[in-house]
Design a protein around this ligand. Structure first.
Ligand SMILES: [Zn+2]
Length: 214
């Protein structure tokens, strides 16, 4: 890893021997261990469940922070994950488990859409809810740095499963998440269980507006 960072510093034309850069390869190597600690990890491990009698309505956990690395540019994208689910047999989970799933799946080269779907799939397996909605909101540094004036653009992605494929359920969940502006505009319809959508940013719309180098 240190050799690879050294090679990058040389390739960009800087002097890896100068004072400020001398320890950089070692520092980046240590940092990358943490940033990519989710590679090869199983998000379903250490998932805890408990029962809350008669908890049959939608449960929402909002604003789970995440930091990930865009696999196209190896630059950070970061933001929040919101989870809404309809418990089965009064089974619920805690913030720790949701945070752990999010950490494991975000600390690896990722794409926002896949992160959203990966979290949904892991939670469907561990929690077996009647329905699930995962929404991620993120800023992508490859957008703000690569194309100049895109600071503050937020990309939104969602994944619905089971009973949350029904529009009224999803609308209720989004209202509880305080994200009414995200209420479906046609995507994520029943019958398209894997669909995810974005409002702007790192996706197709953004690329159409400003083609960017790969
Ligand atoms: Zn990117």
């Amino acid at each position: 890893m240190e050799r690879a960072v050294l090679a990058v510093l040389e390739a960009i034309g800087d002097d890896p021997g100068r004072e400020g850069l001398r320890q950089t390869p070692a520092r980046v190597a240590r940092m990358y261990q943490k940033v990519f600690s989710g590679v090869g990890e199983d998000p379903r491990r250490q998932f805890s469940l408990f029962r809350v009698p008669h908890q049959d309505g939608i449960v929402v956990v909002k604003d789970i922070a995440f930091h990930s690395m865009c696999e196209h540019h190896l630059l950070p994208f970061f933001g929040k994950v919101h989870v809404a689910y309809l418990p089965r047999d009064s089974r619920v989970t805690g913030l720790n488990s949701l945070t752990r799933v999010t950490d494991v799946l975000s600390r690896r080269p990722q794409l926002q859409e896949r992160l959203t779907n990966d979290i949904a799939d892991a939670l469907m397996e561990c929690l077996r809810p009647r329905g699930l909605l995962v929404v991620t909101e993120a800023q992508h540094l490859c957008m703000s740095m690569g194309e100049g004036d895109k600071y503050g653009t937020t990309a939104v992605s969602s994944a619905a499963r089971g009973a949350m494929l029904s529009l009224p359920r999803r609308r209720e969940a989004l209202l509880m998440m305080n994200l009414p502006h995200t209420v479906a505009k046609g995507s994520n319809r029943p019958g398209r269980p894997r669909a995810s959508h974005r409002k702007s940013g790192h996706g197709r719309n953004a690329r159409r507006a400003a083609p960017r180098k790969a």
